[in-house]
Design a protein around this ligand. Structure first.
Ligand SMILES: Cc1ncc(COP(=O)(O)OP(=O)(O)O)c(N)n1
Ligand SMILES: Cc1nc(C(=O)O)sc1CCOP(=O)(O)O
Ligand SMILES: [Mg+2]
Length: 207
């Protein structure tokens, strides 16, 4: 499967009070290709329930579900995983999830971390944050030039750009080589599902 396009990431505050499923479905209708379930709580039964519901939505819309941080939950559901630098080893996740799963890795602003992640079998590498992020203001920074360097270095590895991505700054990231734009606030901080769908369509049309 070609990894390119809008990569929507859930947020437990923006998608509270019954918004999770209608807003995610709107993003998928609008063309999001990947969906990351990002929930930092320790409520295991709610996490399982929500992830199962998201898997069903993704299946219906031909999108790929990726669980943030938690390779065991991903294995339980038979889906994919995204791991940060302190979220466990990529090799262990591969052993748990098998060859079919997509395993993504956070590489911050570092080509060296990306080299390591690719050597350990990551299916994509994620760089960020490129801009001010309302969701994760303290995330370490990456420069847009880094994307160009990564593009030149990794011909066949999909590159994800994350952190403060908006419809305004997205074309510059794609122009520098991003294959996937990972977006939370600029997609889901919306008053209605219709607005989420409109934004997702606009992001998807950039590719
Ligand atoms: C696509 C994508 N890129 C980067 C991250 C950040 O991962 P991490 O550094 O582990 O931070 P948390 O998201 O777990 O707070 C991501 N989740 N997705
Ligand atoms: C989860 C996350 N990781 C980042 C990183 O740089 O690694 S930035 C980020 C938050 C992305 O949300 P928004 O689109 O609202 O800025
Ligand atoms: Mg993490």
């Amino acid at each position: 499967m070609k990894l390119r396009g809008l990569y929507a990431i859930t947020d437990s505050k923006l998608l509270a009070d019954g918004r999770l499923l209608p807003y995610v479905e709107a993003a998928l209708r609008g063309g999001a290709r990947l969906l990351q379930y990002r929930d930092k709580s320790s409520d295991e039964s709610r996490r399982l329930r929500e992830a199962e519901a998201l898997r069903e939505l993704c299946e219906r819309h031909g999108a790929t579900l990726i669980v943030n941080d938690d390779a065991e939950l991903a294995a339980r559901l038979g889906v994919s995983v995204h791991l940060g630098q302190t979220d466990g080893s990529l090799a262990a996740a591969r052993a748990l999830l098998g060859r079919q799963a997509i395993i993504g890795a956070t590489c911050h602003g570092s080509l060296q971390l990306a080299d390591q992640a690719v050597a350990e079998g990551a299916d994509y590498v994620a760089f960020g944050r490129f801009f001010q992020s309302l969701t994760k203001p303290g995330a370490s920074e990456a420069s847009p030039e880094l994307l160009e360097q990564a593009r030149a270095r990794f011909a066949n590895v999909p590159l994800v750009a994350i952190g403060g991505v908006t419809l305004e700054n997205a074309p510059g990231l794609i122009g520098r080589g991003a294959d996937l734009l990972a977006v939370i606030n600029a997609l889901f901080a919306a008053d209605t599902p219709a607005e989420v769908e409109r934004r997702a369509r606009a992001f998807a049309a950039l590719f």
